[in-house]
Design a protein. Structure first.
Length: 60
C-alpha cells in the first residue's frame, strides 16, 4: 500500500484517501464530512477507516 493523503469522493461524500493498493485494487479511506459522527459512521476508532475498491473512488 502506498500512502497518498488526497481527497476523494465515495457515495457522494468527501473522503480522505490514506493508502492505495494497486495490487489489491483498493483504497483505505475515511469520511471527512461532519455528519459522519452523528450518523454513527465513525462510532469507534477502528471503524473510522474502511476499504473501498478503486473503481468506486472518484477524484475531487
Amino acid at each position: 500500500m502506498t500512502s497518498v493523503g488526497n481527497l476523494g469522493r465515495y457515495q457522494g461524500k468527501a473522503v480522505f484517501v490514506y493508502r492505495v493498493s494497486e495490487y489489491w485494487n483498493e483504497a483505505l479511506v475515511r469520511y471527512i464530512y461532519p455528519e459522519a459522527e452523528e450518523v454513527g459512521v465513525t462510532k469507534w476508532r477502528s471503524e473510522r477507516w474502511f476499504r473501498i475498491g478503486l473503481p468506486q473512488l472518484k477524484e475531487f
